[in-house]
Design a protein around this ligand. Structure first.
Ligand code: GDG
Length: 466
């Protein structure tokens, strides 16, 4: 079996797989690397005065991590800049927030070149290179320019925007052209894949071949949909661990007979938290009889604090939670418990399990692993209900069992909450079963194998469920 060289912005190989708030990507990739062997390469998260290209190797929880430090200017232009102030908002359909600065674009290319220069000597001829996410679009081309002839794949963890939206990015054509350096490009859903294909064909003149291939000049790539999953087995075990049981009991005790609705999201405007609070407020307004019967626990660990729009969303949410609580709270009841910190995964699993409703309502999300974790954590005899945004990638797989909503509509959210609260146990079990079947089958190992088998050319087509 070939070694995997995984390259992503940050190497978040866990120091201890059960600590703190980890991104979905981190959890998924550490599991993949433990299976295959190889190296995970990326930025350390540290800043150095002058870039040296020195690599720091560490063995962490069964994964070899190789990291480099970047300069402050790199962090501003590449990470806070192009990645998180240009690409992230644009790819989440927020052109109103996207900033198109030449300095950001230049910094982005410079850092990708730095990655290429430092990782290139680590790549052996038989290795398969797998590049992750929107921070690294041009890295494949930069490696080719340095003589790398290995199989190189790229996976995008966020949505791919429709063609005319992407067209607002000044470097759009160049960015997509460089992606033809990859052998395989993966997306979570058919929808993101189609938008990519649309741009490649209509704006670049790529030719659509058989078997999902696209040809541009002398390069041919294969573009596939491979929805990411969670480590379901591990998560179910976690949900039954002593820490989870304790968290479950504490939550139930503190709920004093009330139904809990839970939301767990990185604090990010794409997660639709403002709309969620407004939808929940509409529910409180419409259903006074339910007011003291429920509460919303929103866990939202802060992220990307160096980007202004994230500071703004934080302030907005604090104001909104305060306003809703001020308007509806009583001496013995608070409608929203809004928490800005992360919890260990096992504890989180216990919290999911104690919740009668999982409220996952992003305005746009590549996949959304919280939806799957919520499903995996449920008690099969008495599961809760997942309310899921139609605009999360996860909706393509979980649509049969979840209560799907348009997150922009406070009315739909309010109706869905009442529907979930009143849902009979048997319907909850039936809905949960279909979702759990998918979460179990299309888990993170399935995802990794689906992508790497196509990349290594050893695939036995396992199409994702529609
Ligand atoms: C990107 C894409 C795609 C959150 N709070 C705590 C905590 N978390 C964990 C969750 C989950 C992860 O963070 C979040 O994953 P998501 O998938 O929901 O979202 P992003 O971070 O935006 O991830 C997304 C993903 O990449 C993978 O491709 O699904 O669409 O945006 O695992 O549990 N974990 C702990 N404590 C917390 O308080 N331990």
């Amino acid at each position: 079996m070939s070694r995997l060289i995984i390259i992503s912005n940050r190497v978040s190989a866990p120091k201890d797989s059960n600590s703190g708030a980890q991104g979905g990507l981190a959890v998924a990739l550490a599991a993949a690397l433990r299976e295959n062997g190889g190296i995970w390469f990326g930025w350390s998260g540290d800043v150095t005065e002058e870039f040296t290209g020195d690599i720091n190797f560490q063995r962490r929880a069964g994964v070899t991590a190789a990291t480099i430090d970047l300069e402050q200017q790199d962090v501003e232009e590449y990470y806070n800049g192009y990645a998180n102030r240009t690409l992230w908002p644009l790819f989440h359909y927020r052109i109103d927030l996207a900033e198109y600065e030449r300095g950001f674009a230049g910094g982005y290319v410079r850092v990708n070149d730095r990655f290429a220069d430092t990782v290139r000597p680590l790549i052996e001829p038989e290795d398969v290179v797998w590049i992750q996410d929107y921070h690294m679009f041009p890295l494949g081309q930069a490696l080719r320019d340095r003589g790398c002839r290995n199989r190189i794949g790229f996976f995008l963890h966020i949505p791919w925007p429709p063609r005319r939206l992407l067209g607002t990015l000044p470097e759009a054509a160049d960015l997509v052209r460089t992606m033809f350096a990859y052998d395989v490009v993966g997306f979570h859903t058919e929808e993101w894949l189609e938008s990519f294909r649309d741009f490649a064909v209509k704006d670049l003149g790529a030719e659509l071949g058989e078997d999902n291939t696209l040809k541009l000049g002398d390069r041919t790539l294969k573009a596939i949909a491979a929805p990411i999953g969670i480590d379901c087995k591990e998560f179910v075990e976690g949900a039954n661990s002593p820490a989870a049981r304790l968290a479950f009991r504490q939550m139930r005790d503190s709920a004093v007979g009330r139904d809990m609705i839970v939301g767990v999201d990185r604090l990010d405007y794409s997660k639709g938290l403002e709309e969620r609070f407004r939808g929940y407020e509409r529910f409180l307004e419409r259903h006074p009889e339910e007011r003291k019967e429920v509460f919303l626990l929103q866990i939202a660990p802060p992220s990307r604090a160096g980007v202004e729009s994230y500071q703004k969303i934080r302030t907005t949410l604090e104001g909104l939670a305060g306003y809703i609580n001020g308007r509806y709270a009583d001496v013995d009841w608070v409608p929203i418990r809004y928490v800005n910190q992360g919890y260990p995964r096992d504890q989180l699993a216990g919290i999911y399990r104690a919740a009668r409703i999982g409220l996952v309502t992003p305005l746009r999300d590549g996949m959304n692993l919280v939806a799957k974790e919520y499903v995996a954590a449920q008690d099969p005899e008495n599961p809760g209900v997942l309310i899921l945004s139609n605009f999360a990638g996860a909706a393509a797989q979980l649509r049969e069992g979840a209560v799907l909503i348009n997150p922009y509509s406070a009315e739909e959210m309010s109706d869905a909450i009442i529907q979930a609260l009143r849902m009979e146990r048997q319907e909850r079990i039936d809905r949960w079963r279909v979702m759990m079947d998918n979460v179990e089958k299309e888990d993170v190992i399935w995802w990794r194998k689906r992508f790497t088998s196509v990349l290594m050319g050893t695939e036995q087509e396992t199409e994702p469920a529609e």
